[in-house]
Design a protein. Structure first.
Length: 321
C-alpha cells in the first residue's frame, strides 16, 4: 500500500494538491480518503476541528470568498451560537452549493483582509438574522474583547445603509455595553431593561465596599440592588468559587443587598424578573413592575429584523441578497 504524504495527515486538502504530492487518482477510490466538498478531501482517520471545516469550505469556494457573520465572530474566539452553516460572502453573482456552507452574495464587500470580513462587517451580517437578545450578547462580547468599537460599527452601518443587517446593527448599538463580561450577563441586563425595570449599570464598584473594591455584575441604582450571575464555572472552578466568596463577603461588609441568579433561573424570565422586582420593592422601589406582555419585551425575544420594523428603516434592502 502506497504511503500517504505526511502533510495530508494534518487537515483537509484539495485533490490537486494531493496529486502534486504524488497521490494517484486511483488512491482516491480507496477507503483512506473521504470527500468533504467537490475537489476537497480529508483522510478517513483524520478528525476535523472547527477550524478544519472552515478551511475545507474556503478550499472549495472561490478565492475571493471571505468569512463573515457568526462564523467570523466564532473564529475570533466566541464559543457560542450555531457552528453551521458556515458563513461566507462573495462580491459577485456566483451560485455554488457546499454542504454546511451558506454563501452570501453582495455588490460590495465590507472591509476585509485576505481571509475574512472585519468584525464590524461580520456583526452587521450577523444582525440580519439574529434575535435581539442574542445580538446584544454577541455585540457586548465583541466590544468587551476589543474586536469592535461602537464608532466603527455605526460608521460602517451608516455608510452602507443598504447592506443587510445595517439598520439592525444601528438599532442594537444603543443597547450594547462592552463592560459586560459574559453572554449570560448581557442577556440578564437586557431582560431587566426590556421588561420595564430600571436599566442596571454594569460592573461598577459597589459604593462603600471596604478592604477591596467589589464589582457587582449588575446594579440597579436606586435603590441599590446588586445582581450576580452564577454560571457553571462558578460551581466547578474552585478558584472562581473562592473569588465569589470573597466578593460576596465584600458586598455584605458594605451592607450591599444582592441577588444571585443561576443559569436555571435565567431560563425562566417571568420568575427571574418577579424575584428582582420583589427585592427592589423591599428596598423601597415604587416604579413599574416587569411586564412581559409589551411590545418592548417582544422586541427582545423576536428576530432583530422584526424588532426594528419597517418604520426603523431608512432605505429598502435592494442591493444585497
Amino acid at each position: 500500500m502506497r504511503a500517504i504524504p505526511e502533510v495530508l495527515h494534518t487537515g483537509p486538502f484539495t485533490r490537486s494538491r494531493a496529486l502534486e504530492l504524488g497521490v494517484s487518482r486511483h488512491m482516491f477510490e480507496g477507503q483512506r480518503f473521504v470527500r468533504i466538498h467537490p475537489k476537497v478531501w480529508r483522510l478517513n482517520a483524520y478528525e476535523m476541528t472547527d477550524a478544519d471545516w472552515i478551511l475545507a469550505a474556503a478550499l472549495g469556494l472561490p478565492d475571493d470568498a471571505r468569512l463573515t457573520g457568526m462564523t467570523r465572530i466564532q473564529q475570533l474566539g466566541l464559543d457560542a451560537g450555531p457552528h453551521f452553516p458556515l458563513r461566507f460572502v462573495l462580491a459577485r453573482d456566483h451560485h455554488q452549493r457546499l454542504d454546511g456552507v451558506f454563501l452570501h452574495r453582495t455588490k460590495q464587500l465590507a472591509p476585509h483582509d485576505a481571509y475574512a470580513v472585519e468584525p464590524a462587517g461580520a456583526f452587521i451580517a450577523y444582525c440580519a438574522t439574529a434575535r435581539t437578545i442574542e445580538a446584544i450578547g454577541v455585540g457586548d462580547w465583541l466590544l468587551h474583547h476589543g474586536h469592535l468599537t461602537l464608532g466603527q460599527l455605526r460608521e460602517l452601518a451608516l455608510r452602507d445603509l443598504w447592506r443587510l443587517g445595517a439598520q439592525e446593527a444601528l438599532w442594537i448599538s444603543h443597547h450594547l455595553d462592552g463592560l459586560s463580561r459574559s453572554l449570560p450577563e448581557s442577556q440578564l441586563r437586557a431582560m431587566i431593561t426590556f421588561s420595564g425595570l430600571p436599566a442596571p449599570i454594569v460592573n461598577q464598584p459597589v459604593r462603600g465596599a471596604v478592604q477591596r473594591v467589589a464589582l457587582a455584575d449588575l446594579e440597579i441604582r436606586p435603590p441599590g440592588l446588586a445582581i450576580e450571575y452564577e454560571g457553571e464555572q462558578h460551581q466547578v472552578d474552585r478558584d472562581q468559587y473562592l473569588a465569589d466568596l470573597d466578593r460576596y463577603a465584600d458586598l455584605r461588609r458594605a451592607d450591599q443587598p444582592y441577588l444571585q441568579v443561576t443559569k436555571e433561573l435565567l431560563r425562566r424570565p417571568r420568575q427571574l424578573l418577579g424575584r428582582i422586582h420583589r427585592e427592589l420593592v423591599r428596598l423601597g422601589y415604587a416604579g413599574p413592575a416587569p411586564d412581559l406582555a409589551t411590545d418592548r419585551w417582544h422586541q427582545l425575544i423576536c428576530p432583530l429584523r422584526a424588532a426594528v420594523g419597517d418604520r426603523g428603516r431608512r432605505t429598502v434592502d435592494v442591493n444585497e441578497r
